[in-house]
Write a protein that binds this ligand. Structure first.
Ligand code: AMP
Length: 420
């Protein structure tokens, strides 16, 4: 019997992990510098939380959730996104202070039962932020700018910020009606999914990736034309700020996003060097969600970055990733007594924080030196029966191919000097 990872999931192997660590460390650094604090929520939640927030006519809820009944008979779901869990945690733990802004960030795996393809997985990773407590479009500008800053810090090029406004519960129904009417006349040229969406969630037709649907929505009405006075003023403020702070953007009327909780501003950051799955960051306002989930009315905004795609973009653009520290010392021993002595000195090196390792296999000297070479060790510390008798180690400099004898008692001091 051979086991394999599940469809749409994969192992991130040691030779790929540097890119991930680099992105995660840079994301934390940037988020923290904007005064966001990390939050970690459980991987699974009560199913109802997602039905209620994401919306039961969305693709995520209608066909992509990993939902199961636990042994206690509860319906639970692996989180398909992190905004609803964060809002749940904020309400449950009473994190909102009086009139204070709450700025949070998270990193972690999400789960959606999607058709796997390049850049689309069933277990994928996101880094995201949420700001609760302000309806000010300047806060949207802050997070858009923070996303762009992060991508710039990572060395990415060819980015584009797309923005739109999907209005509020006052004006969106009118837009939905107009869109329904427009699409109704074109129902024959829509894909099967969109024919259903037309009845349940016509906004979703706008961002369907099927070429025939994209063609059909070519001259569809745009949500911007239907905004109420308050939403229109809000959108003008947002675009005004973006212009003032010289953050390049494009208004994209098709940008409605796949989750029902969005209100007003929606945005995506796109990498033009990716193919069909080119959105590396998506977000927007969700002014009604906190109340919908049982909290006090609280305007909020946020975004999520797809880390899997970000790794792909970094590779594509050949961004240089900081390498792992080199192995400083590799201990090579001959015989059991020497191995114990080697292990003792290894502990000393590690206590000093020097990256070091030992050969446990006890093969020939030649084969152990080969391993040291493969591990790219800077120094090899050799100890055999003869050295043991003479209380010395042979220290070989692998770059210079030179070696010297060092007394047992002096070895740690020599390495300490070198590492200073
Ligand atoms: P969403 O939560 O759908 O707004 O997605 C936010 C970001 O997560 C997207 O822009 C993608 O980069 C990423 N993403 C969403 N779904 C997947 C998936 N199945 N596989 C990989 N990345 C994804």
């Amino acid at each position: 019997m051979k086991y394999a990872s599940q469809r749409g999931t994969r192992d991130i192997l040691p030779d790929q992990i540097r890119s991930w660590q680099f992105i995660e460390a840079t994301a934390r650094k940037v988020f923290e510098s904007y005064n966001y604090a990390e939050i970690r929520t459980p991987i699974f939640e009560q199913t109802e939380l997602f039905l209620r927030s994401i919306g039961d006519t969305t693709d995520i809820v209608s066909k992509e959730m990993y939902t199961f009944t636990d042994k206690g008979g509860r319906s639970v779901t692996l989180r398909p996104e992190e905004t609803a869990p964060v809002v749940r945690a904020v309400i449950e733990n009473s994190l909102m202070g009086q009139g204070e802004l709450l700025k949070l960030y998270y990193l972690g795996p999400m789960f959606r039962y999607e058709r796997p393809q390049a850049g689309r997985y069933r277990q994928f990773y996101q880094a995201g932020v949420e700001v609760l407590g302000s309806a000010d479009p300047l806060v949207d500008v802050e997070i858009i700018e923070m996303g762009v800053r992060l991508f710039e810090e990572l060395g990415l090029k060819d980015l584009e910020v797309d923005i739109n406004s999907v209005g509020c519960p006052d004006c969106r129904p009118k837009f939905k009606e107009a869109l329904k009417k427009y699409l109704g006349a074109k129902v024959g040229s829509l894909c099967g999914d969109c024919q259903k969406r037309l009845k349940t969630n016509p906004l979703r037709v706008l961002d369907c990736k099927e070429p025939k649907c994209q063609k059909a929505v070519d001259s569809a009405p745009s949500s911007i034309e239907y905004l109420c006075a308050a939403c229109k003023a809000d959108f003008e403020k947002l675009t005004g700020y973006l212009e003032q702070f010289k953050i390049a953007f494009k208004v994209n009327n098709r940008l409605v996003r796949g989750l029902d909780y969005y209100t007003r501003t929606t945005f995506e950051i796109i990498s033009k060097s990716l193919g069909a799955q080119n959105a590396v960051c998506g977000g927007g306002r969700y002014d009604g969600l906190v109340e919908e989930l049982g909290g006090k009315p609280t305007p909020a905004t946020g975004f999520a970055i797809g880390l899997d795609r970000l790794v792909m973009v970094l590779e594509e653009q050949k961004v240089s990733i900081p390498r792992a520290d080199r192995l400083s010392a590799y201990i090579v021993t001959m015989g059991d007594a020497a191995k114990t002595k080697g292990f003792e000195v290894l502990r000393g090196l590690r206590e000093m924080g020097i990256k070091s390792d030992i050969n446990y296999q006890g093969k020939s000297l030649k084969s152990q030196l080969k391993t040291a070479d493969r591990l790219n060790a800077e120094f090899v510390v050799i100890i055999g029966e003869d050295e043991l008798k003479r209380d010395i180690f042979v220290v070989r400099n692998m770059d210079k191919k030179s070696q010297e004898e060092v007394k047992f008692d002096d070895l740690l001091a020599t390495f300490k000097l070198r590492s200073e």
